[in-house]
Design a protein. Structure first.
Length: 581
């Protein structure tokens, strides 16, 4: 018995949406449960051809379908399970078709958001589909694998064992008849699950499952069911982090819908991270009404560097329609607190909502001006099955699941709204983005960090990281950002006002280099190396600076400290040539 889990490619090629290229954490959980029971399981990532690979290897095939075909020819799995979203459903169906031709006896299984909410449509659209796993899948997938294993041992006929009708949480097809076994049974003790980190490397983590929110554009509460929010213990979660750190990973993305909902659990986790001495950084997602100063203080000291908040809109009318009626004062307070603790607050805004007008966008812009976000994501409102907005549209006869026969990734709300159209909605989004970039220098200049000496090293780190986004990161080459180098220099200098930070020394020195102020760069690097002797990047920067000053012997002394690095061979060769010529 062999199982292959697949993360299909999206219909549209992703360029900047890195989340769409990442293997869903759920596949790691599913594979880990099977491996812990002695059933071999692999994960194949088809999202992003250049990143596509069986876990641990590189892709060589030219497209996702070719890579999938080559993989199943080699591995010959008995079960092929796809984690399917609306954007990835067409690639999943194409792969299912290829699998049926190459491995006619393999069981084809879909799970994830799209199959959970529109199983009937996918069975119609994909004749090769055998089973849909609804919602949380560990228990069902384990039972499916065991049932199929017994079925094969007993030389059973067909791909579907008779015992499938006793597995909760699935829909299966047999003799063109669909059988739905009802909702899955929620796993109450998440710590009973096998640690995926025993078998795989990954950066996206989840401490909890479920969300009590009622956002009308989100399907998460319905996906996880009515059993409430369930959590791993802080001890279990720390063990997972520690295992991944031991493989060399030092930055994590905690993807819980609202990470800080259980305040005491987060505080306990932060205390454990601090006590463990793990040198990690991490991003989280939260709500503005689940944040306070003490919690942020603990999170920052435990390595949190960014929190994303769903602001959605500055209009009370729009927020009510989106199911998120949080007052603007709470949003402003959360952003002020987050920023003051040296954590980057990122704001999610949605535009093109029911009732969206120039006036509602003005209110979003006004709120943005008060928030002073240092990073933003602007989403056009789109509908998916499983959300309240989609269900209401169905009830009104505005849409049916047949729309997903079309080669579309999502359904923008404006297509169903007679008061909106693409041109108008795009213009509203452009206004939001323009307002953010126009305000960004002001948001930077108004930064006020908490006057707490325990946080000063973290403030230096925060400011130098932020500076890097202007000198080398997302803002550096953006034409909408004015004077990015000047902003970066100011932030690097401000960072050094809170403490010695190697990134700040390096960033300022590189700005001096660019402006041909080599002696200023040397002075700065000498100070940096006095505090961080042997720091590779500072040493290399010093070497390059000395080369520009014609001091090749001095430069060589900094390069040869790292002569095993092949990237420095060119500099060493130049220095030797100039010294000996």
């Amino acid at each position: 018995m062999k199982v292959l889990f697949v993360n299909p490619a999206c219909l549209d090629k992703r360029i900047t949406d890195q989340d769409a290229l990442v293997i869903p954490i759920g596949l790691y959980y599913l594979a880990a449960q099977l491996i812990s029971k002695g059933i071999p399981a692999q994960i194949l990532n088809l999202a992003g051809v250049e990143n596509s690979a069986v876990e641990g290897s590189r892709a060589s095939e030219p497209d996702p379908l070719a890579l999938f075909t080559a993989t199943i020819k080699k591995e010959e799995p008995d079960i092929i399970g796809f984690s399917v979203t609306n954007p990835s459903r067409f690639n999943a169906m194409a792969c299912a078709g290829a699998a049926r031709k190459l491995l006619p006896h393999a069981l084809v299984m879909f799970g994830g958001p799209a199959p959970t909410f529109m199983a009937g449509h996918l069975f119609k659209a994909c004749p090769e589909l055998d089973v849909v796993v609804k919602g949380e899948g560990e228990a069902a997938v384990g039972k499916i694998a065991e049932a199929l294993q017994a079925h094969k041992r007993n030389n059973g006929n067909g791909r579907i064992p008779e015992s499938f009708d006793r597995i909760p949480g699935i829909v299966f097809r047999q003799d063109q008849k669909l059988t739905d076994t009802g909702r899955p049974r929620a796993i109450q003790d998440l710590d009973s699950l096998a640690h995926p980190s025993r078998y795989f490397r990954y950066q996206h983590l989840t401490m909890s499952r479920g969300c009590p929110g009622k956002c009308t554009f989100c399907g998460s509460p319905k996906f996880w069911g009515a059993s409430g929010v369930r959590r791993h213990s802080p001890a279990w979660f720390l063990d997972e982090i520690r295992a991944l750190v031991n493989t060399g990973i030092t930055h994590f993305y905690i993807s819980d819908d609202t990470f800080t909902m259980d305040r005491e659990a987060v505080l306990e986790l932060c205390e454990k991270i601090i006590a463990s001495g793990l040198s990690i950084t991490w991003n989280a997602i939260s709500r503005v009404d689940y944040i306070d100063g003490d919690l942020l203080h603990a999170m920052r000291r435990a390595g949190c560097i960014q929190i994303s908040y769903g602001i959605e809109s500055g209009s009370d009318k729009i927020k009510k329609r989106l199911g998120k009626p949080i007052d603007n004062a709470a949003c402003i307070r959360a952003f002020d607190l987050t920023r003051s603790h040296g954590i980057l607050p990122r704001a999610y805004f949605i535009y093109g909502s029911p009732g969206e007008t120039e006036e509602t966008i003005d209110k979003s812009i006004a709120l943005m001006e008060r928030l002073g976000p240092l990073s933003t994501v602007f989403y056009m409102l789109v509908l998916f099955p499983g959300t309240h907005l989609y269900t209401r549209a169905e009830q009104k006869g505005l849409v049916t699941d047949d729309i997903w026969f079309q080669e579309i990734e999502d359904l923008p709300w404006f297509e169903l709204d007679p008061d909106l159209d693409f041109k108008r909605v795009k213009a509203l989004g452009d206004r939001l983005r323009k307002a953010f970039f126009n305000g960004l220098p002001r948001f930077i200049n108004s930064l006020e960090l908490k006057d707490d000496k325990a946080l000063f090293p973290f403030h230096a780190d925060f400011l130098s990281r932020l500076a890097l986004t202007f000198s080398h990161g997302e803002y550096a080459g953006n034409p909408q950002v004015k004077h990015p180098e000047q902003i970066a220099g100011s932030l690097f200098e401000k960072a050094l006002g809170y403490g010695h930070d190697p990134r700040a020394y390096l960033g300022l020195a590189m700005i001096h280099q660019k402006n041909r102020n080599f002696r200023g760069a040397v002075a700065l690097l000498k100070t940096g190396l006095a505090h961080f002797p042997g720091h590779k990047d500072l040493s290399v920067c010093m070497g390059v600076t000395l080369m520009n000053l014609g001091d090749f012997e001095g430069a060589l002394s900094f390069f040869t400290r790292f002569d095993k690095d092949p990237g420095l061979g060119h500099y060493i060769e130049i220095c030797n040539h100039r010294i000996n010529s």
